[in-house]
Design a protein around this ligand. Structure first.
Ligand SMILES: C[S@@+](CC[C@H](N)C(=O)[O-])C[C@H]1O[C@@H](n2cnc3c(N)ncnc32)[C@H](O)[C@@H]1O
Length: 372
């Protein structure tokens, strides 16, 4: 099938692609660690629906190589026992698919003997056909094994909300999906690609996007998030903004899950890339780490906790659960970065604490009532 973009078979890797890969591999490292050792799941799937040619023009690895390496190089891989991992890599363009096959063969040859528990399937289909085929292959009444679906198209075509909804309808399915903000921002009210946008969103509310100075960007972002939440029934969604060389938002990556721990791990992966907590990567600032502070500012979280738990005595676990499920922060930021300075500032007390500034499980935390 001819490609619908203007790029060569193998193209240059822009900085935001490296950022996307860093989030992907950080998260999958945690995800493999959880499911590899799970007593409840014997099989796990990774679906890379828009896999690309497997490499970039200076031989940087593409997502298929990265996801496989994240598993095979995982320090706990020897402990994953007989958990079966199936990777499906799909690429529609023939020349890119041919490249992908070569890359995958090289990976497998370089890691002989290939582990029996790791199955690699390559496909050369339109994603929509593949998704329908996968759905059709699940026997009635059976649940799909935990599946991480990475949906990474170039644009807005071939990722209709209704199909995504069906694909990730099983409880342990997660979605990491590219959202072509730039195109929607440009053409939402133009009327020239409405059938594609209506399929993308699963509704036509995008036509009501306000003007740029009236919150257009936020409206479009929030509409896609709302549709993912409502249509696909996800409990947690976080997004990461990619800013292009011209300083405009090019795209977002949306991560969607029904699992608290998974949500926590993905937020942690995203914070690592944007330590200031902005959930955003700017191509213009790539390689200029010096511009970023590497400390999260937990001031807003401290205020939020003081407000939310005012006048209550709760356990550390309750505080942590709140942070993970209701705020943009993650569990690794609760103890030393948030509760410790709150205690030092006299904003909380911990009656059963053994050592000041430490908060092991079971620690009780008292938040004083707020005086108005
Ligand atoms: C953004 S690139 C993928 C990059 C890759 N995921 C990575 O991170 O290295 C999108 C790929 O999807 C392919 N593609 C375009 N339309 C497709 C479709 N309908 N189904 C499957 N693949 C498609 C393109 O040829 C391109 O290689």
């Amino acid at each position: 099938m001819p490609r619908g973009d203007s790029l060569p078979t193998v193209w240059e890797r822009p900085p935001h692609t490296k950022a996307k890969h860093d989030i992907l591999t950080r998260y999958l490292g945690a995800w493999f660690g959880i499911f590899g050792r799970s007593r409840y799941h014997r099989a796990v799937n990774v679906l890379d629906g828009f896999a690309g040619p497997g490499r970039y023009d200076e031989d940087e690895p593409g997502s298929p190589v990265l996801t496989l390496s994240t598993l095979l190089d995982h320090r706990s891989f020897p402990d994953f026992g007989d958990t079966n991992f199936t990777f499906v890599f799909n690429e529609w363009d023939d020349a890119r698919y041919a490249s992908l096959k070569v890359v995958l063969a090289d990976v497998q040859a370089s890691r002989a003997p290939w582990p029996k528990t790791v199955r690699v399937l390559d496909r050369n289909q339109n994603f929509q056909d593949l998704a329908r085929e996968l759905l059709g292959s699940i026997p009635a009444g059976k649940q799909l094994a935990p599946t991480f679906a990475f949906i990474d198209p170039f644009g807005y075509k071939d990722v209709p909300m209704a199909l995504i909804r069906d694909l990730v309808s099983h409880p342990s399915c997660e979605l990491f999906i590219y959202f072509d903000f730039n195109s929607v921002n440009r053409f939402a009210n133009a009327g020239n690609v409405d059938p594609h946008f209506t399929a993308l969103f699963g509704c036509d509310d995008y036509k009501n996007a306000p003007a740029a100075d009236d919150g257009r960007g936020q409206y479009i972002h929030d509409l896609y998030e709302r549709q993912l939440r409502q249509e696909c029934n996800f409990a947690h969604i976080c997004s990461f903004e990619m800013v292009n060389m011209s300083g405009h938002t090019g795209s977002y990556l949306f991560f969607c899950t029904r699992d608290d721990q998974a949500y926590d791990k993905m937020k942690e992966a995203m914070w690592k890339l944007a330590p200031g907590g902005g959930y955003r990567f700017d191509d213009r600032l790539a390689n200029q780490d010096v511009l970023f502070g590497d400390e999260a500012n937990t001031g807003p979280l401290q205020d939020e906790l003081a407000h939310h738990f005012a006048g209550q005595r709760v356990t550390f676990e309750e505080v942590c659960q709140y942070v993970v499920t209701k705020t943009p922060f993650h569990s690794g930021q609760v103890k030393t970065k948030t509760l410790k300075p709150m205690q030092a500032a006299g904003r909380i007390s911990a009656p059963n604490q053994k050592k000041k500034g430490t908060f092991p499980d079971g620690t009780l935390i008292e938040f004083p009532a707020l005086t108005s």
